[in-house]
Design a protein around this ligand. Structure first.
Ligand SMILES: [Zn+2]
Length: 372
């Protein structure tokens, strides 16, 4: 996340909250502390808090609060929430953990909360740290940006939200009502059961917004379909020449890496990969033969790894989907030779490559919703 952009994020949030609270100033005595601060005063207060906000964010990035399929980092998520809660108390807020220590509830003051700000402390897994130009849990600052998993989604906005509230306190402004920050930890698996618990506990204010990944606020989260696609004649499913097909790390991110194993003519396969790569330089392929690193590969088996570019699932056009490129390469280059050519495996590869990988606006699925 670019720290300059982040600065405007923080200032924008502080300004937005002040506007929300402005109704109170109109009704109240206009003492020196009740005058709407000037933009310059807000900016100066933001600048004063910035170094501390940046170092808090760096620490939070270093905690591996990953949401994976088995929720194996649950304790790390709790640890991060404890650290965030402790920082919140230092900023003068009250903070506690609820929902089996998987949600932090942070109240700006002791007024009843009228606005809730939803943020999440969990991040998607890192498939291959080697692909990162700066280590994913480092929080390093380089080239004018803070680097790391969650820097923009969504630990940066947690820091921006809390420090925006701190800036309002610094300015001596009293808001019309309380602000509650709700920090969840199961956003990235799109289950959101933690927020359900918050609602069941009666802790959710009547109105609010999410500060998630993009400035200034997200007013509508993306939707999604979880679909299982099957092909009718699966009699040959066990006779395909491909196996161990894997790809992606989370359902809401663009798969940046995919691999499969292929049995057959390895020279032909290597030629096919080169040919495809010439036409699609945006995706890289690695070929691995049986050797010391892959001792379980058969002598006539080849592992093909496709490397694209991961990104957020809400912007499928912003990355390069490794799974669909791998599928299209295998299907279009005829690597399922002989008996496999007209198999369910071949048709599923074609579907993945041409229909799912063919477009990101629904055109290849026949459901496009706008005119080109
Ligand atoms: Zn998010």
């Amino acid at each position: 996340m670019k720290s300059c952009r982040w600065g405007s994020y923080l200032a924008g949030l502080a300004g937005g909250l002040l506007l929300v609270g402005a109704a109170a100033f109109a009704d109240s005595d206009s003492g020196p502390d009740r005058v709407m601060p000037t933009r310059e005063r807000i900016q100066a207060a933001v600048d004063g808090r910035m170094p501390e906000a940046i170092s808090a964010l760096q620490r939070w990035i270093s905690i591996r609060s990953v949401t994976d399929a088995t929720d194996s980092y649950r304790d790390e998520k709790t640890r991060l929430l404890e650290v965030v809660a402790e920082k919140s108390r230092q900023l003068g807020f009250s903070a506690r953990l609820v929902a089996n220590d998987q949600v932090a509830i942070i109240d700006m003051d002791d007024q009843p909360p009228v606005i809730g700000i939803l943020v999440h402390a969990d991040v998607v897994p890192v498939a291959d740290p080697g692909l990162w130009s700066h280590p994913p849990f480092s929080g390093q600052i380089a080239d004018g940006a803070i680097w790391g998993r969650g820097a923009s989604d969504d630990k940066g906005p947690i820091a921006a939200t809390l420090y925006a509230l701190a800036v309002i306190k610094d300015l001596g402004v009293e808001l019309a009502g309380g602000v509650r920050v709700i920090v969840g930890t199961s956003e990235e698996n799109m289950i959101w059961d933690d927020f359900e618990t918050v609602a069941e506990l009666g802790l959710a204010p009547a109105r609010g917004w999410t500060a998630d990944a993009a400035f200034p606020v997200v007013h509508a989260e993306k939707s999604f379909i979880n679909a299982v696609v099957s092909f009718s004649d699966l009699a040959d499913v066990h006779q395909t020449s491909i196996s161990d097909w894997q790809g992606g790390t989370a359902p809401n991110s663009i798969p940046g890496r995919a691999s499969l194993r292929l049995l057959g003519d390895l020279d032909k396969a290597a030629e096919a990969v080169k040919r495809y790569q010439r036409q699609h330089p945006e995706v890289k392929f690695e070929l691995q033969l049986a050797d010391g690193y892959l001792p379980d590969l058969l002598p006539n088996q080849l592992q093909i790894v496709a490397i694209g570019q991961s990104g957020h699932g809400s912007r499928p056009d912003s990355g390069i989907n490794a799974i669909t490129h791998l599928a299209r390469m295998v299907a279009s280059e005829g690597l399922l030779a002989g008996n496999y050519e007209d198999s369910a495996a071949a048709r599923s590869l074609q579907f993945l490559g041409d229909v799912i990988g063919g477009s990101t606006d629904g055109a290849s699925l026949g459901i496009i919703a706008h005119m080109r």
